[in-house]
Design a protein around this ligand. Structure first.
Ligand code: HEC
Length: 199
């Protein structure tokens, strides 16, 4: 369980994988059962998108699809109800729990929260439908690989260090994790809660 890689970014592959599957039907029979299930789920998710978003997903390069597929294969928790904002608020709570564990010298809280953060849920329809349509292209999505390792990769490293009772080492991963949140928001998110009622 603890070594399973899970990532926020996997959501993207939910959509991409479907297009990938459709374009390589010859491989379907060879896929492992787990991979088959993932592909079926991805297919359902892409079908939920508007034609505009589906078109964007289908235009992605095999390289981008592969990246997203790899990330996606490391995820296991999916919701058919909640939005990306709701996922993010859960992520923030796990982030806070992780920091609380570190600063109170509580390795079990730090490790549990970090693993829960790394295994955050994938929102309804995957990540792509929550991104601006202009961001659904190879260039923008290519940055996901490094954000993935910054957040989920370091959260798991932090958890392992906490398990070993090495709290100073665990704390050293916090800034890289935070940089991953900030970096991804810089690329894909606007300032939260802006209003058009101010001039
Ligand atoms: C894959 C890129 C990505 C990563 C990595 C990421 N976020 Fe987000 N985050 C987003 C996007 C996109 C939104 C905007 C979602 C929306 O409004 O639909 C968002 C929104 C948020 C919000 C605002 C919710 C609201 O009320 O509008 C919070 C809080 C948040 N993220 C916390 C975090 C934390 C904490 C981390 C790191 C542990 C993190 N995020 C990592 C992409 C990311």
């Amino acid at each position: 369980m603890r070594y399973r890689t899970r990532t926020l970014l996997a959501a993207l592959t939910v959509a991409i994988g479907a297009a990938f599957t459709l374009s390589t039907p010859a491989n379907a029979g060879q896929a492992a059962p787990d991979m088959q299930r993932l592909k079926q789920m991805m297919g359902r998710q892409i079908q939920m998108m508007t034609p505009e978003y589906q078109e964007r997903v289908k235009a992605l390069s095999p390289q981008t699809r592969k990246l997203l597929m790899r990330i996606y294969s490391q995820h296991s928790r999916h919701s058919d109800r909640i939005t990306l904002r709701q996922v993010m608020l859960e992520v923030l709570n796990d982030y806070n729990g992780m920091v609380a564990g570190i600063v109170t010298d509580n390795p079990v809280q730090a490790a549990d929260s970090a693993r829960r953060l790394a295994n955050h849920r994938i929102p309804r329809g995957g990540l792509i439908p929550y991104l601006r349509i202009g961001d659904v292209n190879d260039e923008k999505l290519s940055v996901l690989s490094s954000f993935n390792d910054s957040v989920e990769g370091n959260a798991k490293r932090l958890a392992d260090a906490a398990d070993d009772g090495e709290m100073v080492k665990a704390a050293s991963y916090l800034s890289d994790i935070t940089a991953g949140c900030v970096g991804c928001h810089n690329v894909f998110r606007d300032v939260p809660g802006t209003t058009s009622n101010l001039k």
